[in-house]
Design a protein around this ligand. Structure first.
Ligand code: ADP
Ligand code: MG
Length: 250
């Protein structure tokens, strides 16, 4: 008996990006991300991770190639439809500093026109989900929270409209080691509970190994290899991947 292939949630086909100043950030990247999996994109600074992630939600228009979400080209989707489908945590968390936490979390539900009661119920649910208390935290400003708490709010905001796909750009990068471990644990709990499809950008290979089902290694605007940790370790497709995995052992 053959099993019907499961349609990917996200597909990139030959995605390239040359910025206005002539910098080629992406040299043609293709990948498919399947329902429920977490794919980590690993690579050194400047390898094109953020640019690639931002082509997925149209914050960057590719110079060539196509991105599809749930089978539909994102180029043809209106921004609201895209926001409903894709939760995004930008590299700096992206919270609006002069908005209280509650308003930050409600950003997308508000854009989608949810009424006040529904928004409030959802905000409470999301803050609880990420381990924050509505009473204690909802009316504070982002500057009145710790880095780890801000990151939790950024997650809550990304999840608020219940999108099938979440994009996370170095979400744990700016945190101390203990807070990072705590948030890793929470990430794995949420992954188990929600089963969201996630693309996670990180420069930290250990983090990728801990959190991802598959890892994509990027270098100079190219995706050198995308595979399970085991595949990368056993069958590195490129000397750079091999060297990177060697480094992990020492
Ligand atoms: P990473 O997230 O892996 O650090 P980026 O995607 O941010 O890498 O950047 C990839 C390359 O594109 C870098 O050389 C960077 O300087 C360049 N770049 C990123 N954004 C822009 C921009 N808006 N204009 C010009 N060059 C850019
Ligand atoms: Mg980046």
């Amino acid at each position: 008996m053959s099993i019907a292939p499961i349609a990917p949630i996200l597909e990139a086909v030959g995605v390239a990006k040359t910025y206005g100043d002539g910098t080629t950030a992406l040299g043609g990247v293709s990948l498919a991300v399947h329902p429920g999996e977490t794919v980590a994109l690993v690579g050194e600074s400047g390898s094109g991770k953020t640019t690639l992630l931002r082509t997925f939600n149209r914050m960057v228009e590719p110079s060539a190639g196509d991105v599809r979400v749930e089978g539909q080209p994102v180029a043809g989707l209106d921004p609201f439809a895209l926001r409903r489908r894709i939760g995004y945590v930008p590299q700096d968390g992206g919270l609006i500093p002069h908005w209280r936490i509650e308003k930050n979390v409600e950003l997308v539900p508000r854009l989608l026109g949810w009424d006040r009661d529904r928004r409030r119920a959802r905000t409470r649910e999301m803050l609880e989900l990420v381990g924050l208390d509505l009473q204690a935290h909802a009316s504070r400003y982002p500057g009145e929270l710790s880095g780890g708490q801000r990151q939790r709010v950024a997650f809550a905001r990304a999840l608020a409209a219940d999108p099938p796909l979440i994009l996370l750009d170095e979400p744990f990068g700016a945190l101390d080691a203990l807070t990072r471990l705590e948030l890793h644990r929470q990430f794995l709990d949420l992954k188990k509970a929600l089963g969201k499809t996630t693309v996670l950008v990180t420069h930290d290979l250990a983090e990728a190994f801990r959190l991802a089902d598959r890892i994509g290694v990027m270098r100079a605007g190219r995706l050198l290899q995308l595979g399970t940790p085991d595949e990368l370790a056993k069958r590195p497709a490129d000397p750079y991947v091999e060297a990177l995995l060697e480094m992990r052992r020492v």
